[in-house]
Ligand binder design. Structure first.
Ligand code: DGL
Length: 262
């Protein structure tokens, strides 16, 4: 019988930034990547409707793929629905992706930290709770971007993106106050690391762009310790798009990531 896979889930192709780290740490595992592109972008969804959509979708995904573990490689989903997913599917361990506010608060020297995320993630109770619990001593600016997830998708598919438009999305992250400057920007949407080089080029001053992908992969590895691989996986991994119809550029991208679109 085939090994049970690691399921990596996002609203779109941003979760690939987590998948690539996960593969480095778990080269023998089989992965199933799921993009809920029929619901993309998640950033503007009404919370209750999005919760119901994701819980129902996981019912089907778990029944079909029987994953050893599910990695929710999406901050917008994780900050909303992790508790419900764990309650609904107690036999499946879930690893979430939530804004890396705690490590940012530990590392900042200036005390000025920005969190760049979707509008959904910045308005979540969960995100406010992280700030209260771990960064009360810092000045944390939440920056909700309407357009960056789409821009990241366009960029990774090879389309040109406009520097001016991109700078407008990231500019609010840069705060100067009483002779101090923001020194860490938390990339709290898994799409954004695809734009990290552009962010660096356009930044008014250098900052640390914090990408949590490696930490998420490490967490998945530790949860999988009790489920060792008996037969290493060598073939292609699978990508599933809920639209059932990803475009040509997306299929090519998946191919580049060693994923066959089912
Ligand atoms: N990649 C997702 C995240 O980490 C969100 C993208 C979207 O659907 O707006 O938040």
């Amino acid at each position: 019988m085939a090994e049970r896979p690691v399921l990596v889930f996002d609203s779109g192709i941003g979760g690939l930034t987590v998948l690539r780290e996960a593969r480095v740490r778990m080269p023998d595992r089989r992965f199933v990547y799921v993009a809920d592109d029929a619901g993309f972008p998640y950033g503007d969804w009404e919370e209750e409707a999005l919760k119901q959509r994701i819980v129902a979708l996981f019912g089907r995904l778990i029944a079909e793929h029987r994953p050893d573990i599910a990695v929710i490689a999406c901050n917008t989903a994780s900050t909303l629905v992790l508790t419900e997913l764990r309650a609904a599917y107690p036999d499946t361990p879930f690893v979430g992706t939530v804004p890396a506010i705690k490590p940012a608060a530990e590392r900042t020297r200036s005390g000025l930290v920005s969190v760049l995320a979707t509008p959904g993630t910045v308005k979540r109770e969960y995100t406010r709770g992280l700030i209260q619990s771990f960064a009360a001593q810092c000045h944390v600016r939440l920056v909700g971007s309407q357009n960056l997830a789409r821009m990241a998708e366009a960029h990774i598919r090879g389309e040109a993106i406009d520097d001016v438009a991109l700078r407008a999305e990231t500019a609010p992250c840069f705060v100067e106050e009483a002779g101090k400057r923001t020194d860490i920007v938390v990339l709290a949407c898994t799409h954004y690391p695809f734009l990290a080089n552009v962010f660096r080029r356009l930044a008014p001053w250098p900052v640390d762009w914090l990408d949590p992908a490696e930490a998420i992969a490490r967490r998945a590895v530790s949860l999988l310790k009790s489920k060792p691989v008996t037969e290493p996986h060598h073939g292609l991994d699978t990508a599933i798009f809920t639209s059932g119809n990803p475009d040509f550029q997306t299929r090519r991208l998946m191919h580049g990531f060693g994923l066959s679109v089912s």
